[in-house]
Write a protein that binds this ligand. Structure first.
Ligand SMILES: [Cu+2]
Length: 386
C-alpha cells in the first residue's frame, strides 16, 4: 500500500459521509474522495412556502417546453412496458433525473422534491394552507370537482393542462400505507431483493397512484406522469430504494441478472448505470435528505430497536388495500400475481387493528394512524426485559 502523504490524507474521508463546501453545497465521500456538489432532494413538508412556490412556478414554466412534453409522453407510451420488475426502479430513476435536468434549464438551482405520504396515512387529504394539497400558489391544489377536474390552485383547469389538453383529474379515496408498513418493507433483507422490489412497486407505489386518482383520475391512469404529484410520489419511491441500498454493498448492488434494455432509452443505458445515486449518468450526484418531521424519526429511528413481532404488536388503523383499480391499471391480471400482491400486502398490514372510530388524543396520532404512546410503551417494555 502506498504511504499516506499529508496531501493525500487531507482528501481522505469516511466512506458515505456528507459534508458541505464553502458555498454550503453538500458533497458525499466516495472511494476516499469527496464528490462534486450533490443535488439534494428534500421532503415537501419541510420546505418553506417560498421554496415550494419556486418549484411549482418552475414546473409550470417547464410544462410548456417540448422536451418536457416528450418526456411525459414517453412515460405514457411505454406505460405497459416499464412497470414490471426488471424495468420499474431504474426506469423511473432515469425519468426523475431527466425531468430534474429539464426543470434546471428553467431554474438552475431547482431540485426535485419528494413527498413522504406515509407520515400522513391517517389524514392524507388535508388541504389547509400549508398542506400538500393546499390551493395556495405554493400547493398542488385539492381534490377534483365536477367531472373529476381540479379547479383550484396552480394546476386548476383554467390555469394549466395535461399534454393532451385535458384538465388534471383527482378522486381522493381511502388511506395510503402507514410509516410502519414502509419501515417493514425496508427491513426486507438483500437476498430477498425480488420481494423488496415487488412490495415497493405493487403494494406501496401502485396503492398511492390510485388513492390519489381513484376511478377516472389522472394518477390512476396511463397519463399519470402528467400529474405534478407524480414527481413527488416517484421521488418518494426512489428514496425508498435509495434508503434500502444504503444498508450495505449487497443492498446497493442487488438487482436482476442478465442483459436488460430499458424501454425507450438509449441501449447503452442499463439498470447498472442508474444503480449508484452518487454517480448518475452525466456524473450527477443525488442525495435524498430525510424528512425533518417528528413522525419520521418516530417510525424509522424509534422502531429500529424493535423486532418485527414487537412492531406487529403495536395497534394501528387499517390502510386501504390495493384492489382491481390498481390490478387493472398495472396489468396484474393473473390470479397468481394477485395472490402474491395480497400476500405482500398482508405482511405490511396491522396485526392488531384499531377500529375506525378510535379517538386520537393528538393530530400527530391521527396522522400516523396509531398512537405515539403505544410505540413508546413497546420500547419501554423491551428496555425493561433486557
Ligand atoms: Cu411509471
Amino acid at each position: 500500500m502506498a504511504a499516506m502523504t499529508p496531501e493525500t490524507q487531507s482528501f481522505s474521508c469516511k466512506e458515505g459521509s456528507v459534508d458541505e463546501d464553502h458555498l454550503g453545497q453538500r458533497r458525499v465521500c466516495r472511494g476516499g474522495k469527496l464528490s462534486g456538489p450533490c443535488r439534494v432532494r428534500r421532503e415537501w413538508s419541510g420546505m418553506l412556502p417560498g421554496e415550494r412556490y419556486r418549484f411549482v412556478f418552475t414546473l409550470k414554466n417547464a410544462s410548456t417546453r417540448a422536451d418536457y412534453r416528450n418526456l411525459v409522453n414517453k412515460h405514457t407510451k411505454e406505460f405497459d412496458n416499464i412497470h414490471n420488475n426488471r424495468q420499474f426502479l431504474p426506469w423511473h430513476r432515469w425519468y426523475l433525473l431527466q425531468m430534474e435536468n429539464i426543470l434546471r434549464k428553467v431554474d438552475p438551482i431547482v431540485t426535485l422534491p419528494y413527498w413522504d405520504w406515509s407520515l400522513w396515512s391517517g389524514a392524507p387529504w388535508l388541504d389547509q394552507i400549508l398542506s400538500f394539497w393546499s390551493e395556495a400558489p405554493w400547493g398542488f391544489g385539492s381534490n377534483g370537482g365536477r367531472n373529476g377536474c381540479v379547479y383550484g390552485g396552480p394546476f386548476g383547469k383554467h390555469q394549466w393542462k395535461l399534454t393532451n389538453g385535458n384538465c388534471l383529474k383527482r378522486n381522493f379515496n381511502g388511506n395510503p400505507p402507514d410509516c410502519i408498513a414502509i419501515h417493514k418493507c425496508l427491513r426486507i433483507p438483500y437476498y430477498r431483493f425480488t420481494q423488496f422490489e415487488s412490495t415497493l412497486r405493487d403494494t406501496l407505489h401502485n396503492n398511492m397512484h390510485c388513492r390519489i386518482g381513484g376511478k377516472g383520475g389522472t394518477m390512476c391512469s396511463k397519463l399519470s406522469a402528467n400529474a405534478p404529484e407524480f414527481l413527488l410520489h416517484h421521488g418518494f419511491v426512489d428514496k425508498l430504494w435509495s434508503d434500502w441500498q444504503k444498508k450495505g454493498t449487497n443492498y446497493k448492488n442487488a438487482y436482476f441478472k442478465g442483459i436488460i434494455y430499458l424501454y425507450g432509452i438509449s441501449p447503452r443505458m442499463r439498470p447498472w448505470n442508474l444503480r449508484d445515486l452518487s454517480k448518475q449518468p452525466g456524473g450527477t450526484c443525488v442525495i435524498y435528505e430525510d424528512p425533518h418531521h417528528k413522525n419520521y424519526k418516530l417510525c424509522h429511528e424509534s422502531l429500529s430497536s424493535l423486532t418485527i413481532s414487537e412492531i406487529d404488536a403495536i395497534p394501528r388503523q387499517r390502510f386501504t388495500r390495493v384492489s382491481n383499480l390498481e390490478f387493472d391499471l398495472f396489468m396484474l391480471t393473473k390470479k397468481k400475481a394477485k395472490d402474491r400482491v395480497n400476500e405482500e400486502m398482508k405482511s405490511l398490514e396491522p396485526k392488531k387493528v384499531l377500529s375506525k372510530g378510535t379517538e386520537f388524543n393528538s393530530w400527530q396520532d391521527k396522522k400516523l394512524g396509531f398512537k405515539v404512546e403505544d410505540v413508546k410503551e413497546a420500547i419501554e417494555k423491551k428496555r425493561k426485559k433486557r
